[in-house]
Ligand binder design. Structure first.
Ligand SMILES: NC(=O)c1ccc[n+]([C@@H]2O[C@H](COP(=O)([O-])OP(=O)(O)OC[C@H]3O[C@@H](n4cnc5c(N)ncnc54)[C@H](OP(=O)(O)O)[C@@H]3O)[C@@H](O)[C@H]2O)c1
Length: 296
C-alpha cells in the first residue's frame, strides 16, 4: 500500500455510493491516481442504504463533493435524482458515475465502455462474433448495449428469469435493430446451436463463480479453443469458468480489466486529465493481494 498525501483544507472529495460498499476496491485505484497526477483529491466509500439514496444525492452539492461512483443497488434508482443523464447511460438505463458541473449533477455510465476497453486491451476481435451473454442484470445491460453497437454477428442471452432476458433483448432491438438476438434458458434444457463458422465470445455476468461452492455458469465442454471467455467477476481473479476455458485453450479475459477501465473513464470525466493507467492497475492488484492476504 502506498503512502497517501495528507488531507488539508484544500482537499476535494470524491466517493462511491453503495450498499454494501465495504468490499469496494475503487478507493485504492482513485486515490493512487489522484496522488500520481498531483491532484489534492480524496475518494471515500459511502455506505448508503436504499431509503437514504435521495438524501445522499441531495447532499452532494452542499457538501462540495466533486463526483461519485454509484454501485449496487443504486445504479438505476439514482436516475430520477440527477439533473441530466448522458446518452450512453440512458441507453443502458443505469448510471455508475456522477459528475458535478456548475452545480448540476450529470449521470454517466462507464461500465460498458470499460468492458469494451478490457477486450481491446486483450486484442479480442469482435467483428462477426457470436456473443453468448450469461445473465441479464445490470452489468449485462451495460456490456450488451456497447457490444450491440460493435460489428458482432449475433447475441445469445442466457437468462434465469425469462422476463429479464426478454427486457434486455427488447432494449438491444431498439439500440441495434439489425442485430440477431436470441434467448436461452439458464437450465440448458435445449442444446446451444453449434457454430462451426464463427468464433464465440462467452461473457459471464452472473455472480456464479464468486464462491468456491458455486456451480459453473456454462457447460464447459462446449468451450472451443477458438473462443474468448470473459468473466466480470474479479475476486477471485481466476474463476472456475476462466480456469476451464484456459484448459480448453480459449483466450480468457478476467474481470479486473473492466473494473480498471470503468474507473479510468470515470477519472477522466471528473478531472479532464488522462488517467495514470499503470498506477491504477497496480493499485488494484495490490489491493486485491492485500485483501486476499487478510482473508486467509
Ligand atoms: N468487473 C467489473 O467492473 C464489474 C462491474 C459490474 C458488475 N460486476 C460483477 O458482475 C456480476 C453481476 O452484477 P450485476 O450488477 O449485473 O448484478 P444483477 O443486476 O443482480 O444481475 C445478476 C444476473 O445474474 C443472474 N443470476 C444470479 N444468480 C444466478 C444463478 N444462480 N444462476 C443463473 N443466473 C443467476 C441474475 O438472474 P435473475 O435476474 O434471475 O436474478 C441476473 O440476470 C457481479 O458478480 C458483479 O460483481 C463486475
Amino acid at each position: 500500500m502506498s503512502d497517501l498525501k495528507p488531507i488539508t483544507g484544500q482537499t476535494k472529495l470524491f466517493g462511491i455510493f453503495g450498499h454494501p460498499v465495504a468490499h469496494t476496491l475503487s478507493p485504492f485505484m482513485h486515490n493512487a491516481a489522484f496522488d500520481a497526477v498531483g491532484l489534492p483529491y480524496r475518494y471515500v466509500p459511502f455506505e448508503v442504504p436504499p431509503d437514504r439514496l435521495e438524501g445522499a444525492v441531495k447532499g452532494i452539492l452542499p457538501l462540495g463533493i466533486r463526483g461519485v461512483n454509484v454501485t449496487i443497488p443504486h445504479k438505476e434508482a439514482i436516475l430520477p435524482f440527477l439533473d441530466q443523464v448522458d446518452e450512453e447511460a440512458k441507453m443502458i438505463g443505469a448510471v455508475n458515475t456522477v459528475e458535478v458541473i456548475s452545480g448540476r449533477l450529470i449521470g454517466h455510465n462507464t461500465d460498458g465502455r470499460g468492458f469494451l476497453e478490457s477486450l481491446f486491451e486483450m486484442k479480442v476481435a469482435l467483428s462477426g462474433k457470436r456473443v453468448i451473454l450469461l445473465g441479464a442484470g445490470g452489468a449485462a445491460r451495460a456490456v450488451a448495449a456497447v457490444l450491440a453497437q460493435q460489428s458482432i454477428a449475433e447475441m445469445v442471452i442466457v437468462a434465469r428469469t425469462a422476463a429479464r432476458g426478454k427486457a434486455l433483448a427488447d432494449r438491444l432491438a431498439a439500440i441495434s435493430p439489425g442485430l440477431k438476438v436470441s434467448l436461452w434458458g439458464a437450465d440448458w434444457g435445449s442444446p446451444l446451436p453449434a457454430d462451426p463458422d464463427r468464433s464465440t465470445l462467452l461473457i459471464n455476468t452472473t455472480p456464479l463463480g464468486m464462491k468456491q461452492e458455486d456451480p459453473l455458469p456454462f457447460p464447459i465442454h462446449l468451450i472451443d479453443s477458438r473462443w474468448s471467455v470473459a468473466d466480470l467477476i474479479y475476486r477471485p481473479a481466476e474463476t472456475a469458468l476462466l480456469a476451464a476455458a484456459k484448459r480448453a485453450g480459449a483466450q480468457v479475459i478476467p474481470g479486473l480489466g473492466m473494473l480498471l477501465h470503468q474507473g479510468v473513464l470515470a477519472f477522466e470525466i471528473w478531472t479532464g486529465q488522462k488517467a495514470p493507467l499503470s498506477v491504477m492497475r497496480q493499485a488494484l492488484q495490490n489491493a486485491l493481494s492485500f485483501q486476499d492476504f487478510r482473508s486467509r
